[in-house]
Design a binder for this molecule. Structure first.
Ligand code: HEC
Ligand code: HEC
Length: 476
C-alpha cells in the first residue's frame, strides 16, 4: 500500500513514463529507487482525511533524496590511526565520563546546586559528559538557562551536540580546531572548561588507566618517577582564574612551571600521552550516530511515515525556504561557515557575546595550532585546512547538522533561541537588520505562517533512534 501512495510523488510526466515499471521499480528502496516510482492511476488515494495529497515534483523529490540518512560510518580520519579501533573506542568511552582528568572549578556560580558540577575550588568534577550529556544526545541540558554551559567557568558559546561529529573535519562553531585530539586537549587546558592540563591528564592516565592505555599505545613514560616528572595536585593544575596567560597556569606549554621545566623530549612524551588519550576519545565519538528518522522512511517509500505538514515542510526546506542552500546532504549541513545575520542576545541572564568574529578568527587559530592536522602529533594530513582565511568569514559560524535536533535545549551558537519556530521565523525575516559583525548571506523569504509551522514539523521528523544505550554510559 505504501508503495502505491508513494508513487504519487513523481511529476505527472515522469509518472506516465514510468507507470508500467512502478510496481517493481517502486520496491527498490533508497534514494535512487523510490523517487521515480510513478503511478498516475492512484490519484486521490494518498492524502489523509481526503485532503489533497502532498506530492513533491520530480525536481523537489530529486533534491529531497540527497538529504537521505547515510548508514555508512564516518569517513576515514587520517589524523588518527586509532580512529576506528574498537579497543580505543572502549577506552575513549571510559575517559569521556571521567571527571578525574579535570582541575578545580573556578566560577563562584559553582555552588553545588542542580545545574552546577560542584562547588568552586573542587577539582575532579568536569568530565566531557558534564556538558555533552549522553541522555540529551550530547548537548547540555544541565547548565542553568540551558543556553551556554557552566563547567569550571561559563563558556560563551553553546555546547554542540556530538551525534555524527565524526563526519566533521573543522570543529567548533568557528572552525578553531581541525583534529579531535587538538579539540580535547583544548578542553583539558581551557580554564572555563576542564581547567586542567596535558601534564595533569597524562599523570591521571598513568594513575587510573595505565593497563588500558598501555595495551593500546605501548609503555607510558615513567610518570611515577617524581625526580623526572614532579607531582602535580589536582587543586594546582589549570589556572587560578579564567583569562590568564599560560604563565599563570600549571601543567601546559608556557606555564613557566612544571611543564616548561621538563626536558624537551619529556614535554613531547607528556603531550603524546594526552594526544593518545584524546585519539581514543575520538574513536568513541565516531560511534555516536543519530540514525535514520521518519523522514528517511518516507523517502524509502513509506508514505504514512510523515504527516502532510511534515511533507510540506520537507518540500519548503528544499524549495521556498532555501534552507538547502546550506543545509545539504545526509546530515543537512554543508560543513561550511556562513554569516546568517544573527544579533547576539543576552543569555544565561548576564552574558552578551556581542562581537564574536566567528570563523575568520577561528580558522586563523587552527592554521597556527601545533595540534592541527599539519603538526607532529597528527598521523596524516589531508589538506583539511584552507591555505588562508577568507576575510568574508567575519561573523560566520558553522552550519549545524539538523539531525536529531529535538533534544537541543536551545539554538544558535549563542543558545539565544529556545523555540525552534523562532529559529525558522528568524530565517524567514532574513536575519536581524543589524547588530552583528560582517555581512549576512541571507534575505527575507516571505513564508506564510503555515510554511513556518511546516518547516518546524519537518525538522522534528529528522530524529533517529540515537546511539545504542551501551554508548550512553561509561563501559562496565
Ligand atoms: C563547558 C562544557 C564542555 C565540556 C566539559 C566539554 N565540551 Fe565539548 N564543546 C563545548 C562547547 C561550548 C563547544 C563549542 C565550542 C565553540 O564552538 O567555541 C564544544 C565543542 C566540542 C566539539 C566540536 C563539535 C563540533 O561539531 O564541531 C567536540 C568534538 C567536543 N566538544 C568534544 C569534547 C570532549 C572530547 C570533551 C572532554 C575532553 C568535551 N568536549 C568537554 C562544551 C564542552
Ligand atoms: C546561508 C546558509 C544558511 C541557510 C540558507 C539556512 N541556514 Fe540554518 N543555519 C546556518 C548557520 C550558519 C547556522 C548557525 C548560525 C549561528 O548559530 O550563528 C544555522 C542554524 C540553524 C538552526 C539552529 C540549529 C542549532 O543547533 O543551533 C536551524 C534549526 C536552522 N539553521 C534551520 C534552517 C532552516 C529551516 C532554514 C531555511 C528556512 C535555514 N536554516 C537556512 C546556515 C544556513
Amino acid at each position: 500500500m505504501s508503495l502505491l501512495r508513494l508513487s504519487l510523488s513523481a511529476s505527472l510526466t515522469l509518472a506516465a513514463l514510468l507507470a508500467v515499471a512502478c510496481e517493481e521499480g517502486g520496491s527498490a528502496s533508497g534514494p535512487g529507487g523510490s523517487g521515480a516510482g510513478g503511478g498516475a492511476a492512484t490519484t486521490g488515494q494518498g492524502g489523509a482525511g481526503g485532503a489533497t495529497p502532498v506530492v513533491p515534483t520530480a525536481e523537489q523529490w530529486a533534491a529531497l533524496v540527497t538529504l537521505r540518512w547515510d548508514d555508512e560510518g564516518p569517513p576515514e580520519d587520517v589524523t588518527n590511526a586509532w580512529a576506528d579501533s574498537p579497543a580505543a573506542a572502549a577506552f575513549g568511552q571510559r575517559l569521556f565520563f571521567d571527571g578525574r582528568l579535570s582541575g578545580p572549578l573556578l566560577d563562584g556560580d559553582n555552588d553545588g546546586t542542580v545545574g552546577t558540577l560542584g562547588v568552586k575550588g573542587e577539582p575532579g568534577k568536569v568530565a566531557c559528559s558534564g556538558c555533552h550529556l549522553p541522555e540529551s544526545w550530547f548537548s547540555d541540558t544541565r547548565s542553568n538557562g540551558q543556553q551556554i554551559s557552566l563547567a569550571a567557568g561559563w563558556v560563551l558559546r553553546r555546547t554542540i551536540p556530538l551525534l555524527d561529529v565524526g563526519h566533521k573535519k573543522l570543529l567548533n562553531w568557528d572552525g578553531r580546531r581541525d583534529t579531535f585530539f587538538g579539540q580535547a586537549i583544548g578542553v583539558f587546558e581551557a580554564a572555563k572548561e576542564m581547567n586542567s592540563s596535558r601534564y595533569f591528564v597524562a599523570r591521571a592516565v598513568h594513575e587510573h588507566h595505565r593497563a588500558e592505555y598501555e595495551a593500546l599505545f605501548g609503555p607510558l613514560p615513567p610518570l611515577d618517577d617524581t625526580q623526572r616528572f614532579p607531582a602535580l595536585a589536582a587543586e594546582e593544575t589549570g589556572c587560578p582564574e579564567p583569562d590568564l596567560p599560560a604563565a599563570d597556569c600549571e601543567g601546559m606549554p608556557g606555564d613557566e612551571g612544571v611543564f616548561d621545566a621538563l626536558a624537551p623530549a619529556d614535554q613531547e612524551a607528556v603531550t603524546r600521552v594526552a594526544v593518545n588519550a584524546a585519539k581514543a576519545i575520538e574513536a568513541y565519538l565516531r560511534l555516536l550516530r543519530c540514525g535514520e528518522g521518519r523522514f528517511d522512511a518516507w523517502l524509502d517509500g513509506d508514505d504514512a511515515a510523515l504527516s502532510d505538514a511534515e511533507k510540506r515542510g520537507a518540500i519548503a526546506f528544499v524549495g521556498r525556504g532555501k534552507c538547502a542552500d546550506c543545509h545539504v546532504g545526509p546530515r543537512l549541513t554543508d560543513d561550511g561557515f556562513h554569516n546568517v545575520g544573527l544579533m547576539p542576545k543576552t543569555v544565561a541572564v548576564v552574558f552578551l557575546d556581542k562581537d564574536d568574529p566567528g570563523a575568520s578568527v577561528g580558522l586563523a587559530a587552527a592554521l597556527n595550532d601545533p595540534l592541527s592536522s599539519r603538526g607532529i602529533y597528527s598521523d596524516g594530513d589531508d589538506d583539511r585546512l584552507p591555505a588562508s582565511v577568507d576575510p568574508a568569514l567575519l561573523g560566520a559560524f558553522a552550519t549545524p547538522s539538523l539531525r536529531c535536533i529535538s533534544k537541543r535545549p536551545s539554538f544558535f551558537h549563542t543558545g539565544q533561541e529556545k523555540d525552534l519556530r523562532e529559529v525558522v521565523a528568524f530565517f524567514d525575516r532574513g536575519g536581524h537588520p543589524a547588530g552583528f559583525l560582517g555581512e549576512s548571506e541571507i534575505e527575507p523569504l516571505d513564508l506564510t505562517e503555515q510554511e513556518i509551522d511546516d518547516l518546524v514539523a519537518f525538522l522534528l521528523s529528522l530524529d533517529g533512534a540515537g546511539p545504542d544505550a551501551a554508548l550512553l554510559a561509561p563501559p562496565p
